[in-house]
Design a protein around this ligand. Structure first.
Ligand code: ADP
Ligand code: MG
Length: 302
């Protein structure tokens, strides 16, 4: 698959502080890519480089194969829904809509009307800066989505929103992506939030992407199995790679490498009392994939 966005060895210092320390990242065309990482990891800084707002000290940012800072034309393909919102101080939602419509020829008026129902709590005639922070966030998402960008970049889009609105935002992203095939890059300090919507996830920590995976590829890389035998655990075959094992009485919970079907098959041969395959969360998969390394994964997940 071709990369819509590719970042190579990106470095950025703010004075003495190294905010980006050699970022490599690949966002495939048409994917929803989740950028996860604790606060201060460098997510916003990275997204601002991808938008061509910041100039890197070193490295490359390519969008559709073009260097984004040096060839700013490609910026017209992207919409950035920023974490810190700024709007024309006096504008209301309808005025902002007209403004966006003037800039983005693909502005989807029908979608805007349709979404009035979703965002019915927003008074579109009220100055945006007088709306609550959560409402301002909704307005910027609403307008950004209607611009029909080829690439939509969202920085913590659901942070501070209530659970119902969060769900709405994720559902809209999924359905619009399906309809239009746009590429979505979305950051969150909460991995769990991204788990259900993303095709790819990158884990950022201290200015670097520590791991980048397609979720499809992750399925079947590790499995969680619960089993019990008459007595303890028999000797397991060598091919059976246990990453972690714990027990409560006779019941053993194991994290094993590879596909759960195969693991079950192997265990069945040893005459267990039962074998159950349990679902693994993305968090668990990452922790075991990283060998339990302390990359602040726990912090990401709260
Ligand atoms: P995240 O979005 O993952 O929470 P940020 O990209 O906002 O992280 O920040 C990463 C680090 O860079 C933080 O330690 C932050 O204080 C620092 N930083 C970000 N922007 C600036 C700036 N303009 N000047 C100085 N330091 C900055
Ligand atoms: Mg941020």
């Amino acid at each position: 698959m071709t990369d819509m966005i590719r970042v190579e060895n990106l470095r950025k210092n703010f004075g003495e502080f190294r905010a980006l320390d050699g970022v490599d990242m690949h966002v495939p065309k048409g994917s929803i890519y989740g950028l996860a990482g604790p606060n201060g990891a460098g997510k916003t800084t990275l997204l601002r480089h991808i938008m061509g707002i910041y100039r890197q000290d070193e490295g490359k940012v390519l969008v559709e194969g073009k260097l984004v800072y040096e060839q700013p034309d490609v910026k017209n393909r992207m919409i950035f829904i920023s974490d810190d919102l700024f709007y024309f101080q006096q504008a209301d939602t309808m005025e902002m809509k007209r403004f966006y419509k003037g800039i983005y020829p693909g502005f989807d008026e029908k979608l805007f009307e349709k979404l009035k129902e979703v965002f019915q709590n927003i008074d579109t005639k009220r100055r945006i800066r007088k709306l609550s922070k959560g409402m301002q966030k909704q307005v910027s998402f609403w307008l950004g989505l209607c611009c029909s960008p080829g690439i939509l970049i969202l920085d913590e889009p659901v942070d501070g929103l209530d659970p119902v609105m969060r769900r709405q935002i994720w559902n809209l992203l999924l359905s619009e992506r399906k309809k239009r095939g746009m590429t979505v890059l979305v950051s969150s300090h909460n991995l769990r939030e991204l788990e259900e919507v993303c095709d790819y996830v990158g884990i950022m920590h201290q200015g670097r992407i520590r791991m980048e995976r397609s979720l499809q590829e992750l399925q079947g890389t590790v499995s969680k199995i619960q089993t019990a035998f008459e007595q303890g655990v028999p000797v397991l075959p060598e091919t059976f790679q246990v990453l972690h094992m714990s027990n409560l009485g006779r019941v053993y919970t194991m994290i094993v490498k590879g596909d759960s079907g195969k693991a079950r098959e192997e265990l069945e041969k040893l005459h267990p009392l039962f074998v159950d395959v349990l679902p693994l969360t993305l968090e668990e998969i990452f922790i075991y994939e990283m060998g339990g390394a302390d990359y602040g994964i726990q912090e990401i997940l709260l």
